[in-house]
Unconditional design. Structure first.
Length: 253
């Protein structure tokens, strides 16, 4: 049995980080981009959990499979929890990570260390074919630096110093960050539910990538001949199965 999940995100940085965190777990990670007809879920929730649940529900309904989605961001106490669920677009739609960090540092200008407390929050939701399997929420506390530092990571990593450290996430090695980050904590917690799901599931929603590739993974119109062939093959198999059941009933009768 292949233990596989689809990541409910099109953010390449998040995807790379989650793939690294799941490495060696035996869980095969599939990209949402393999399902090109899957429209983006609108993240209009008021909490990280609401957005994570919505993405997992929408994408798992579309793919009819097991989907893991997360919503995460930064909460700064001096800013009454901002940027919060608007972390990705704090400086405005279409702006860069650097733009967001710049705005944050400007708002906290001249504040002492004691007034720069913050925390990263990550909510993860696991859904199968539109139904909830598990939801977790984890945090990583720290403070905001005075300037951007470091080249690793993404998002607010260059300005976030985790508790117990004197370097930003972006200055720490990925190995260290992946031990203490909000996302790594959430993933370790929900990984138990992923593995348990596969242990308990008898008729799990396997993903036929070969069929999806043949029919849907194309930037142009689908191959009508391939679609017709696939439908004919499926209908033929159903008819044969029905005939076998009728024959079995007649013999037993």
């Amino acid at each position: 049995m292949n233990k596989q999940i689809i990541l409910g995100t099109k953010n390449k940085d998040k995807r790379r980080e989650i793939e690294r965190l799941l490495k060696g777990s035996g869980i095969k990670v599939l990209a949402l981009q393999d399902f090109l007809r899957c429209a983006d879920a609108v993240e209009d929730g008021k909490t990280f959990e609401a957005n994570a649940r919505k993405k997992a529900r929408v994408y798992s309904r579309h793919t009819r499979a097991l989907v893991l989605a997360d919503d995460s961001g930064l909460s700064v106490f001096a800013l009454n929890g901002r940027p919060g669920v608007y972390s990705a677009r704090f400086a405005g739609p279409g702006r860069t990570y650097h733009d967001n960090n710049k705005k944050l540092l400007r708002l906290l200008k001249d504040r002492p260390k004691a007034g720069r407390s913050a925390k990263f929050i990550c909510s993860m939701a696991l859904y199968a074919s539109g139904r909830p399997v598990a939801v977790v929420k984890k945090e990583c506390r720290g403070r905001i630096a005075e300037v951007e530092k470091g080249k690793n990571g993404f998002g607010y990593d260059p300005v976030f110093i985790p508790e117990g450290y004197f370097k930003t996430f972006a200055e720490l090695s990925p190995k260290v960050k992946n031990k203490i980050s909000h996302r790594s904590k959430a993933l370790r917690a929900i990984r138990i539910s992923i593995l348990d799901y596969w242990r308990r599931s008898r008729s799990h929603p396997e993903i036929s990538l070969v069929k999806r590739d043949a029919l849907w993974r194309t930037e142009t119109k689908p191959d009508e001949e391939a679609i017709s062939s696939a439908i004919w093959t499926t209908n033929t198999a159903k008819s044969q199965a029905a005939r076998k059941r009728r024959s079995a009933r007649e013999v037993s009768g």
